[in-house]
Structure formats: structure tokens, C-alpha cells
Design a protein around this ligand. Sequence first.
Ligand SMILES: *Cc1c(COP(=O)(O)O)cnc(C)c1O
Length: 450
Amino acid sequence: MEFGRKALIRATQSEQLVPKFWYNILPDLPKQLPPPRLPDGSIPPKEMFERLFPKALVEQEMSMERYIAIPDEVRDTLVSLGRPTPLFRAKRLEKYLNTKARIYYKYEGVLPAGSHKINTAVAQAYYNSKQGVERLATETGAGQWGSALSLAARLFSLKARVYMVKSSYFQKPYRRILMEIYGAEVIPSPSNRTKFGSSLLEKDPNNPGSLGIAISEAIEDVLSDERARYSLGSVLNHVLLHQTIIGLEAKEQLKELGEEFPDYVIGCVGGGSNYSGLAYPFVYEKLKRNLNTKFIAVEPKACPSLTRGKYIYDYGDTAGITPLLKMYTVGHRYRVPPIHAGGLRYHGDAPTLCLLVDEKIVDAVAYHQTEVFEAARLFSSVEGIVPAPESAHAVKAAIDIARNSKDEKVILFNLSGHGLLDLQGYSEYLDGKLQDYEPSEIDLSYIPRI
Ligand SMILES: *Cc1c(COP(=O)(O)O)cnc(C)c1O
């Protein structure tokens, strides 16, 4: 029997732990963030963003205030949905690994749509409803973002239309059903609802779709209806801002468990929102107090933007209709191999996170999916929770670090979602049928240089 601080394995989940402010990293970055640009190098006018997003979110996107108040209604809604989320110590995993490291994880999978994405979905739905917007349009791949936004829209009496990548719409029906339960209209993309979608279907009626195509359709949809606005589930500054609620809670919860500060902060990266959400409040402390905490962003080898991409301006979508963002990118036309971690199949990453990687404040590592599922299976079998294939990348990195850790290191990682709707990947892993993919060819020559 152990007594004292090391016996604590779960932090409390008192409502008071939910912060009243989001943390905005923009004023604390070591360099000024390069702004979005149009292909001719000019900075897009604010009105362009305001046609797509409500004004309050455009403000947040550019704000230089370190702390931004969370509206009571947003905070109350998040509390009613289950925040604060638990912070666990993975004691059985530590024992299994026979490590001196102490491993903690923040578990976002307890939230209704099964991942962290509801944190920003609620905030976005709130600001849209305040502005009198009637309908939200968005895209979704496997459906984590679409289901979170569908729920949030329903809670704030907005209509939601979700363009879902057609191959997922038919092959992964469960999250589509979840979206429909929440009252959203889900459209397989490419569709006949938009000119862009129709043009693709004319060429190939069996086009399986992609996230880039779905983004283009959702934007075209919004531009043709003044009462509608567009919603994005990652990458943008305001999305990362809303996710800092994760790290702000975790900071308090770690203290409660007697830990001063983690030595490692780890998370998987698709567009960068769950990782930044956990890490940025700790990055702030690191920079302020000159700590030597290690920040590790984990990505799939099949879509290696941070580890193999270039730090240049690139479009946010495949069709090239958004402004360009300075980010690590493998190119917006990159053919992402069909790995199970659908949420990590994005060609770029959040600009603030890329800046921190470029400044060597955050390190990046990449793994193949078989080793990731192997780690996730081990984690599930000792800890009980089945990680989402995306989150499993963070699990793999945490296990590797704990295995190699000779002394008492404190490891914190984000378990961004559960994998109970992604069991197909686990099934292939168990049957020995899971395939690894080398990265596709990285060609950046077609991207306008600005
Ligand atoms: C969408 C998703 C991700 C990847 O997106 P980020 O913006 O990088 O967080 C990771 N984990 C889960 C569970 C997701 O649903």
C-alpha cells in the first residue's frame, strides 16, 4: 500500500476547475505570427473572414490579449456536458512498463461526442447564435468534428449542414448516424448541392471525396446563403484558443496530485487543436520560467507535415480557395494514404504550432500505424480505455518515453478521444492485417511562393 502523493491516481472534477478565461498564445510567441495571405502576397481584408465566420471569432483569431473571457453560457454548457474532464495517473501502465516515470493523461473521450472537439464546437455555436446566424455548414472526414458541431448547433438552436467525405459516409456510418440523431443534415461529398461538387460528379459519379473537397463545398454553400456561416474544427487560432481549457484544467489537476510540472507534454497532431489545447498553458510557463519541459507533437508517418514537410505558405484546402497560411505542409494536393487515424490526415498544421516547432520549442515525432495500434492495445489492456486511433499516437510516444526513462520523469499526454467507433482498425491489428504506409511523394512545386 502506498500513501501520500504517489497514491493519488485521479484528480477531482470539481466544476471550479473549469477556467473562466481561455489562454491566447499569440502575445507570448517568440516571434510575430506570419499573417494569412492571398496568392499575390497581400493580407486578406477582414470582411473576407467576416463573411465566413461571426465577428467575435474573427476578433479572437487576431487578438493579442493573453486571456479572453469564456462567456458564462459557454462555460455552463461545457460543465453540463462533462467538464472538467478527468486527469488520470496511468499506474497500471507504469507498473507494466516497470518505469520510474509517472504517466498522467487528460481524458477528453468522456465528452458526449467522444472527443475534445466539442470544446470549440460549443464556443463557435454560441458566437454564431449571438450574431443571429441561422445555420452552420462544415465538413467532416470520419465524423468526429461533424458530430461535435451537430450537437453544439442543436444546443444553441442552429441548423447544421455537414458535408461528409463520401467514402466515410458509406463505410463509417456510425458517426453519420450520431450527427443525424443530433438533428444535422449530413450530405455525402462531393454532392450536387454545390457547383464545385456537381462539376466533380459530372467528371466522375463515383468520386470518393476528400476533406479538401468537402471544405470547398461547405464554403461555397455558406457564400450562397447570407444567414449561414462556416465552422472549422482545427488549425485556426480561435479553435486552438477554445481548446486551452484542456491544459488550464490539467495544470490545476496536476497540482492537486502533487506534481509541480510535467517533464514531457505529449499529444497527437492532425491540425493541432487538441495538442495545443493541452500544451499551450504549459508552454507559457516554460517560456516565462525558462523550464526545460519537452513538448512532443506526434504525427503519422503517412502524413508527416511536421517531420518531413516545409515551413512555407500553403492553402488550407485541397481546391486552393482559402487564404494561404504559413505552416509546415506536405502540400495541399498531397495524397494522404488511407490510415485509420482519419483526424490526422491533414496536409498542414496550425500556424502557431508550426512556429513553435520552427523555433524548436516543440519537437515532432512520427510513427507507423501498426506500432501505434500495438501501443494502444497495450494501453487498453492495462488501463481499460480504448484510445481513438488519433490519440493512440500520443499513447505510443508516452510509452516510448516512459520505457527509456531511468529517473522519475513526469509525463503528461492528451487522450483526445475514445476509439469505440473505430474498432475496425483494432480488428485489423488483431488479425495481423494492418498495413503501414510510407509517405506519398512530397511535391511542393505547384504552391505559389509568397
Ligand atoms: C480530430 C481529432 C484529432 C486531430 O485533430 P487536432 O486538431 O490535431 O486535435 C485528434 N484526436 C481526436 C480524437 C480527434 O477527433
